[in-house]
Design a protein around this ligand. Structure first.
Ligand code: TYD
Ligand code: MG
Length: 468
């Protein structure tokens, strides 16, 4: 009788331990170690120490031409870098209910309509449920091949027959299981084993496979983290429950850029592509109220205008609150520190809230200036001009540093009807202000003085807001 090797696998990060522990030593999560059967070696009957000989290839050689195929969903293609790469595997990660299945059935239908073989395997919903959704989305006529299956061996066997599909959607990887692994479906070992088998099939057949992965904060359900290292690209589908906007972002991409985003709107008839997201993000603007500034940002090659909202209010707590939605909290702390140290804006007695409108998440340091403007505007109770955009990076010395692609940002702002831009002084030399009236600021303190001078209480002091 063969002795089974058992190990304890962290369901959060996939680290293995020899004995059970309350806390995973790799990721520090508690109660995530579960005993799992080890994966059997892939090649049956292989003796240890004996390897198969293989030929080594030169770097220069035959490469497959046209390995990319556009999905037909432009916003998805923008994020993948132009379409699905033959033989590649992509992980589509996101919270449950965010719209992954909806997006992928729409992409499958677009592929099928373009005459390619597209297969959609659901491990979560019955065929009838998928059909019902397709009907709602107006996709009934698309020749997508459907199945409700969870066995990876069965799926690979079935899809090896006939014409190789160009696109295979596996919804979701957490529901799949393979005979090669003894653990229960949904555990890290099963998820990893199933993903491995599907990746091998993609490489062998040349089909592009999309694995859907639910992300949960709960460590008990195997996160698709372990799969991230194995696949060619990881796309994250994000959005806030209260907003209809959905943002698709590349977290990892072996074949394309990782800074492009795709913007969608969830409607009653599925996901609608948003070709001009700035218009959408600015559509709910609250003009003329203090504490809002429009940031002219860039997401990859596309300029994107978003509103940054700030609220600075006297605190009743010993330690004032700092809450941020859509921006990096450590960037906010830095901007607050620079305001305190170099501009005389004392915020120790105030709660500070910062929010990026529309559920957007900004990663650029170029948003510093807009965030600072919104914060000072709220504190001074001085609305900023409604027709102005802001961008610039704040350095620890209080200087405003130039940012990349200033002309593209200005052009987008001009296109959307903005007439003024508050930008770093260095943007002057880059030329091309897109027809906007530019105010150049060299330091954060001059911006603070400008905003304070607009304050409706008329005093030029830098630290007001509680004098009423
Ligand atoms: P779904 O694609 O099932 O999410 P996921 O696969 O990521 O779990 O989307 C579920 C949500 O989307 C659900 O709350 C309803 C909403 N929805 C619409 O608003 N309109 C639609 O046309 C569809 C199909 C779904
Ligand atoms: Mg789903």
């Amino acid at each position: 009788m063969s002795k089974r090797t058992l190990s304890f696998i962290c369901q959060n990060c996939g680290a293995a331990a020899h004995r059970w522990q309350g806390k995973c030593e790799a990721c520090g999560e508690w109660n995530t170690l579960v005993e799992e059967g080890a994966e059997r070696p892939a090649g049956p009957g292989r003796k240890p120490g004996k390897g198969r000989l293989f030929a080594l290839e030169p770097l220069a050689g035959e490469a497959h031409d046209a390995p990319r195929l556009p999905s037909g969903v432009a916003e998805l293609d923008r994020v993948t870098g132009g379409g699905f790469v033959r033989g590649s595997v992509l992980l589509m990660a996101g919270d449950p209910g965010i719209g992954k299945s909806t997006l992928l059935i729409q992409a499958s239908a677009a592929m099928a309509r373009a005459g390619h073989r597209a297969v959609y395997i659901s491990g979560e919903e019955a065929v009838a449920q998928v059909r019902l959704r397709a009907e709602r989305l107006g996709l009934r006529d698309a020749a997508v091949e459907l199945a409700a299956e969870t066995s990876v061996e069965d799926i690979v066997a079935t899809l090896s027959e006939g014409k190789v599909p160009r696109l295979i959607v596996i919804d979701s990887i957490q529901t799949m299981w393979t005979d090669l692994v003894e653990s229960a479906p949904g555990t890290v070992t099963q998820v990893r084993g199933s993903a491995q088998a599907l990746i091998r099939f993609a490489k062998r057949s040349g089909a592009a496979i999309i694995l859907v992965g639910h992300v949960t904060k709960d460590g008990q359900i195997a996160g698709p983290r372990v799969v991230e290292h194995m696949v060619d690209a990881v796309l994250s589908f994000e959005g806030e429950g209260s907003h209809q906007f959905r943002i698709l972002r590349a977290v990892k991409n072996r074949f394309g850029p990782t800074d492009e985003i795709g913007v969608f709107e969830m409607t009653g008839a599925g996901l609608r592509e948003v070709a001009n997201p700035s218009e959408l993000f600015l559509s709910e603007r609250d003009l003329g109220s203090p504490g809002t500034a429009v940031f002219a940002g860039m997401e990859g090659t596309r300029p994107l205008l978003v509103e940054i909202q700030a609220l600075v209010a006297p605190t009743s707590l010993g330690t004032p609150r700092r809450a941020v939605v859509g921006w990096d909290p450590s960037r906010l702390s830095m901007v607050l520190a620079v305001l305190e140290a170099h501009c005389g804006v004392k915020l120790g007695g105030y709660d500070v809230y910062l929010n990026v409108a529309g559920g957007m998440r900004i990663q650029e340091p170029a948003a510093d200036l807009a965030a600072a403007a919104a914060l000072v505007s709220s504190l001074a109770n001085a609305p900023l001009p409604a027709d102005a955009v802001y961008f610039g990076e704040v350095s620890l010395s209080g200087a405003i540093r130039p940012v990349a692609q200033a002309p593209a940002r200005l052009k987008e702002a001009a296109k959307l009807g903005f007439t003024r831009a508050v930008v770093p002084e260095a943007a002057k030399t880059e030329g091309g202000d897109g027809g906007l009236k530019a105010s150049f600021v060299a330091s954060l303190s001059s911006l603070v003085a400008d905003i304070a001078a607009r304050g409706n209480r008329g005093t030029a002091g830098k630290n007001r807001g509680q004098d009423g």
